[in-house]
Write a protein that binds this ligand. Structure first.
Ligand SMILES: Nc1ncnc2c1ncn2[C@@H]1O[C@H](COP(=O)(O)OP(=O)(O)OP(=O)(O)O)[C@@H](O)[C@H]1O
Ligand SMILES: [Mg+2]
Length: 225
């Protein structure tokens, strides 16, 4: 039976700037099933990153409810929330956050160390090979190009096989060849590990990866048929 992995109900979010109030998300509701790929497109500034950060528990909504893997997020204590993030959620940021004092492979393995798993190096190396990064394993982030960093960030996000992967513009920095490799990898992990994926993009071709596709406009999410 299909299982709901994430349920967002009537999420609202606005930002205050001086005496101005910018309402970014208005009653944003979305249900994601296990094994489903969802894509969200929308103009720059439409609120895609804001939505993803809230759905991924990195930011709080002003109102609304969020349930992930059957748990109501607002009821969780800080340590329970950290546990949920580490066990169930992977995140690829629009602006990658690699740790500069660690090499590419160390960055990728950090989540496995946090989880107490030690034997993931071969898995990591296979993913580096798959993403055309085999020669860059021991490079530091400042020795990598923007596109290489985003691919390392993707490997880091999927190394623990999270139930749900959030990817904010994962192909934004990539040429077409590497974008296709990355999209194929996302499709493969979705199929092999039953992972749900929620991805934002400006690129309508990339959005086609979605089993369901949405467009965010004026704070409202519209499903595209
Ligand atoms: N911390 C913040 N404080 C004030 N305003 C913010 C903040 N973060 C985002 N915004 C505003 O909220 C709106 C939505 O931003 P967001 O980053 O979610 O857009 P986006 O759809 O991801 O855009 P892009 O496609 O350029 O990445 C923008 O107008 C932005 O200026
Ligand atoms: Mg964004």
């Amino acid at each position: 039976m299909d299982k709901v992995i994430l349920k967002a109900s009537k999420i609202c979010k606005s930002y205050k700037n001086g005496d101005k109030n910018l309402s970014v998300l208005k009653d944003f509701s979305l249900e994601i099933m296990q094994n489903e790929i969802i894509t969200i497109t929308g103009q720059s500034g439409s609120g895609k990153s804001t939505a993803l950060n809230i759905l991924g528990t990195l930011d709080l909504p002003d109102s609304g409810l969020l349930e992930i893997c059957g748990k109501e997020i607002k009821d969780l204590k800080e340590n329970e929330l950290s546990e949920l993030r580490n066990a169930n959620i992977g995140f690829v940021f629009q602006f990658h956050h690699l740790l500069s004092e660690f090499t590419a492979i160390e960055n990728v393995l950090i989540p496995t160390w946090i989880k107490g798993i030690i034997n993931k190096k071969n898995d990591a190396i296979q993913l580096f090979e798959k993403l055309n990064l085999a020669s860059k394993i021991n490079y530091f982030p400042n020795q990598l190009s923007g596109g290489e960093r985003s691919r390392v960030a993707l490997i880091r996000a999927i190394i623990n096989k999270p139930d749900i992967l959030f990817a904010d513009e994962p192909t934004g920095n990539l040429d077409i060849k590497n974008a296709i490799v990355l999209i194929d990898l996302l499709k493969q992990i979705n199929k092999d590990f039953n992972q749900s994926i929620i991805l934002t993009t400006h690129n309508p071709d990339v959005a086609l990866i979605g089993h369901r596709r949405f467009h965010l406009e004026n704070g409202i999410l519209h499903e595209q048929k």
